[in-house]
Design a protein around this ligand. Structure first.
Ligand SMILES: *Cc1c(COP(=O)(O)O)cnc(C)c1O
Length: 969
């Protein structure tokens, strides 16, 4: 008997992904259940989740596929995309992603699984990469101050409008001028934003900007159709009337062109996509944004700044109040939270790798090809009704043709896409991938095969005749990228080591758990990530004809169906590029719905005091007045206060924004009642979907009774955080809101509202990261998804239970259970010992952990969300670290340890501390750096000591410091 080998059928049993995604195995789950006093997962869920909101039926997301199955099925879907050579332009260009960056950044969990750098001592690597991005922005735009990154060019333009309104001295003006040669999607997004702010948009030729009484104006340089004009007089004229001028610019062209700053612009913005980030059918890409130093307090998004640590060495961290915009709630400059950090890093590495000379060569080559193309078209075009619209250009030609449809069809037949939305003309945009063959193919398509032109001959003509396609006065004379970092790492070996040296400074999920409450740092499985860099997904232009994007459309539709099922809604929009953008899009839908019913007076949004700061920041963006609703001592929305406020507001109630389970980490029993109260007063319920990890398969926003939610695909659905982005924040809505979902001016979205404006530059947002969520759902299936939620709840309750008696758990729900996260109250300890939540957060670094969410939603607390992906081993390690820290606190409390000369106060400890020949602390070095036995196996060294925030804000430096300053004196 003991010798029987398993049958072939047994050996053939599929290795399910579910057990790979979910950390604890069967045995561990049993142990944990018994530790918390539940007999089974079902029992735990019954104890924890209010019976009234339990879904009556399982999800309809199919059976979980294996990694092999899911990858091969998705590959077949991806193959339905047709990858043409793209000459469309309009802000999206093909690019060669340097392979060293592709593999070591984009495909590297050390970079893509990192969190937003709120804990700068263990994030100096990506902070340096973002600082480099700011330096690239500053150098190329010629402005003084740059922010870390924004979501895309179009939303950056809308943010510029917001900044203009805040800082313009023309306070009574309500007009924002948008020149008629900006990208159409930018106008669309800006128009949508302006409608909600109540601004009037006037469009016309750039030259007319100063004819209106404006608080600001948006110009494009070079224009959307490729022309390069000297806009300095226009800028000066608008400024003379106290208007603020923003210039949307193209990063590559700025290598050769006089900068917007030199032309007098107040703001410069644009996309950094063509610096080595694939088009990806629309994203993700980083937008850059720069302005004058004097507007620093009005800047949207994050700024990385230089400060110093407790050893007086330079150290980077997020600067100013813009550390996180939305923390200022309704007073925020914008609602930007998650914002494309990974892609900004890629773009900055592209600049580091190529350096100023390499970039110049790339830009000049692109421009030479444009000159050659233009010369050929001019020579042979006249007889064929072909002519250039503009005599100046960098890389984009607008070619007037007699039969546009014929030209486009010929191009498609040859596997080429031209810009198709211009009247009587096609657009041809070149990029760094353009070759001589491309130029000949373009001649063939536009002039016919008998053109007789040769690239070599044309090149000779172009060089000898000194074609002046860039006006003399607009040729850049200022240097770019003179900082050492851009002049050092040009061999692959050096580049690889630079990237690795930065990666080593950062603690990401490939080192240890990052238990961030509200942010769901779960596994980003390799099989989910692999399709992201498939060419079939990477190389599509977002405005490619739909019949070339069949694979994408199929994948998006299937994912949307699943998400609709998971949320219990009726329709979905994939357009928003982050959770906060989803909030904005959702509130927009609500306001349009009210308007459609003649209820445009409804302008109040009820938000509980515990809400995430993006909620009020987003409400402000659609001109809603925020009324705060109190929470009771259990952390629940105070129903009496809600009723009272709803009544007071009466007919003016637009909506309530709630989070479920609440940010306090409990399933409120009364959530259905909350929805009822809001509905009774004619309001809509917006449910923030950040906590969907506690709902999937068990309950749903739609089932509970809310009307609209965003999903953070970069939380619940496995898109990695990328060190602060990318993200995707699709919104689900009930059917009555479906007609108000964002559409797009260039590509009509069938499932969207008919006349609704856009909220992002691309119709399906950051489409190229959707395969991550697709793969997750495909591999988990209905059962796996529900299991993930159950184990997420189990893990949180296990941590809460094990920490009980050592720490106070702030809020609990039914049967003393927490939801998928729990809040540890540190205030009593601080009171008794003087040890702060910051000390504890930093001390956790010494133990090899990232701190949980600090002081949100309650000051002086840590919010722990372990997620289902963490195995019991890792949870125990974390729990033991916390208990050990508690014992350390006791020593401070009792006076055994000095109030400041102790390892908590001095945390985190660096190698510089431990190797200091003047170590004169009263505690042991070993205790400082190796406080637990497991640390010996896998030590993480923070590279700087605790950072002085105040110093950095008083001495704001947001560009790269010299390399020498890093070397200890
Ligand atoms: C993360 C989060 C948001 C914002 O999402 P972003 O993608 O960062 O914009 C909103 N609400 C809650 C509760 C969150 O946790």
């Amino acid at each position: 008997m003991s010798n029987t080998s398993p049958t072939l059928a047994q050996l053939e049993q599929k290795d399910t992904f579910i057990r790979r995604h979910i950390g604890p195995g069967k045995g561990e789950i049993e142990e944990m259940l018994s530790a918390i006093g539940a007999s089974s997962l079902d029992d735990l869920i019954e104890q924890t989740v209010p019976a009234g909101i339990a879904l009556p039926e399982p999800l309809k997301c199919g059976e979980g596929a294996t990694e092999v199955e899911a990858l091969s099925e998705l590959k077949a879907v991806a193959a339905k995309n047709k990858i043409n050579r793209s000459f469309i332009g309009m802000g999206y260009y093909d690019t060669h992603v340097p392979n060293v960056i592709l593999r070591n950044v984009l495909e590297n969990p050390g970079w893509y699984t990192a969190y937003t750098p709120y804990q700068p001592e263990i994030a100096q690597g990506r902070l340096e990469a973002i600082l480099n991005f700011q330096q690239v922005t500053i150098d190329l735009t010629g402005l003084e101050l740059a922010s870390a990154s924004l979501l895309d060019e179009s939303t950056a333009a809308a943010e510029a409008m917001g900044l203009a309104k805040r800082v313009s001295k023309n306070k009574k003006a309500n007009i924002f001028f948008v020149s008629d040669d900006v990208h159409p999607q930018t106008l669309d997004v800006v128009q949508t934003r302006a409608d909600m702010f109540g601004f009037e948009i006037v469009t016309g030729p750039a030259e007319e900007a100063a004819e209106h009484d404006v608080f600001g104006a948006l110009l494009q340089y070079p224009t959307s159709t490729g022309e390069i004009k000297d806009i300095s007089d226009i800028i000066a004229a608008v400024q003379a009337k106290k208007g603020i001028v923003a210039v949307a610019a193209d990063l590559m062209s700025l290598v050769m062109l006089k900068s917007p700053g030199e032309l007098g612009a107040d703001v410069a913005l644009g996309s950094a996509q063509r610096f080595g980030v694939p088009m990806g059918y629309g994203g993700p890409h980083a937008a850059f944004f720069a302005t004058r130093e004097s507007y620093k307090r009005s800047l949207p998004g994050r700024i990385i700044g230089v400060s110093k640590d407790s050893r007086d060495r330079p150290a980077l961290r997020m600067a100013l109040q813009t550390r996180e915009q939305h923390i200022r709630r309704e007073k925020a400059n914008s609602n930007i939270c998650t914002a494309q950090v990974l892609l900004a890093n890629m773009a900055s590495f592209y600049a580091v790798y190529h350096g100023p000379q390499g970039l110049k060569t790339i830009a000049e080559r692109i421009h030479r090809f444009a000159d050659i193309l233009a010369t050929g078209l001019t020579q042979k075009g006249a007889s064929k009704g072909v002519a250039l619209k503009h005599s100046t250009y960098f890389d984009t030609l607008t070619v007037m043709v007699e039969n546009k449809e014929d030209v486009l069809a010929k191009a498609y037949a040859k596997g080429m896409n031209l810009r198709a939305d211009l009247e009587g003309a096609v657009g041809v945009a070149l990029d760094e991938t353009t070759t001589r063959e491309d130029i000949l193919a373009l001649f063939n398509v536009i002039l016919g095969d008998d053109h007789g032109l040769s690239v070599e001959d044309l090149d000779a003509e172009v060089t000898t005749q000194a074609v002046k396609s860039i006006p003399e006065e607009l040729v850049r004379t200022s240097d770019i990228l003179t900082h050492e970092v851009f002049n050092k790492y040009h061999s692959e070996t050096e580049m690889l080591r630079y990237i690795k040296s930065l990666e080593n400074k950062d603690l990401a999920l490939n080192h240890s758990m990052i238990s961030l409450g509200s942010c769901t740092m779960k596994l980003n499985a390799t099989a989910e990530m692999i399709p992201v860099t498939w060419a079939e997904f990477g190389q599509l232009h977002p405005f490619a004809p739909l019949d070339q994007a069949v694979g994408y459309q199929e994948m998006i539709a299937e994912l949307a169906d699943w998400l609709i099922d998971v949320t219990g809604y009726d329709a979905l929009s994939m357009q928003p590029n982050s959770g906060a953008q989803g909030e904005y899009a959702g509130l927009l839908a609500i306001q349009r719905y009210h308007e459609s019913r003649g209820d445009s007076h409804r302008n109040v949004c009820l938000i509980p005091s515990s809400a995430h700061g993006t909620n009020p920041a987003s409400a402000q963006m659609v001109s809603l007045k925020v009324v705060v609703v109190a929470c009771d001592s259990n952390g629940n929305v105070d129903l009496d206060d809600l009723r009272k406020k709803a009544e007071e507001v009466g007919d003016n109630l637009s909506c309530a924004m709630i989070t479920y389970p609440s940010t306090h980490g409990v399933y409120e029993e009364t959530v259905k009642e909350i929805c009822d109260i809001v509905h009774e007063h004619g309001g809509q319920v917006y449910m923030d979907g950040a906590n969907m990890n506690a709902q999937v398969g068990i309950t749903s926003p739609g089932f509970i009774g809310s009307d609209v939610s965003h999903l953070n695909l970069h939380k619940t659905f496995c898109i990695p955080h990328g060190g602060g982005g990318p993200g995707m924040g699709p919104i689900g809505v009930k059917s009555h809101l479906a007609p108000f979902l964002p559409n797009h001016t260039v590509i009509n979205v069938e499932t969207a509202g008919k006349d609704c404006g856009a909220v992002s530059g691309a119709p399906w947002g950051s489409a190229s990261i959707l395969p991550i969520s697709y793969m997750y759902i495909k591999m988990m299936g209905s059962e796996g998804l529900r299991r993930a939620t159950e184990v997420a709840i189990l893990n949180a309750n296990y941590v809460a239970k094990k920490l009980e008696g050592h720490f106070e758990i702030l809020y609990k729900g039914n049967n003393d259970r927490v939801a998928h996260e729990c809040i540890i109250d540190l205030r009593p300890l601080k009171e008794a010992s003087g040890v702060t939540e910051l000390d504890i957060a930093k001390r956790l670094n010494d133990y090899g952990f990232h701190s949980p969410t600090m002081s949100f939603p309650v000051a002086g607390t840590l919010m722990v969300e372990p997620t289902e992906s963490e195995a019991k081993y890792e949870l125990d390690r974390f729990i033991n670290a916390m208990i050990s820290i508690r014992q350390e606190i006791a020593k401070v409390e009792s006076g055994e340890w000095d109030a400041t000369d102790n390892p908590l106060h001095n945390a985190p400890h660096t190698l510089a501390d431990i190797c200091d020949s003047n170590w004169n602390r009263s505690y042991d070095r070993m205790l400082a750096a190796y406080p637990a036995p497991e640390v010996h196996r896998n030590k993480f060294w923070p590279t700087v000591n605790r950072i002085d925030d105040v110093y950095g804000d008083r001495n704001l430096i947001c560009s790269c410091p010299s390399i020498e300053s890093y070397i200890e004196g």
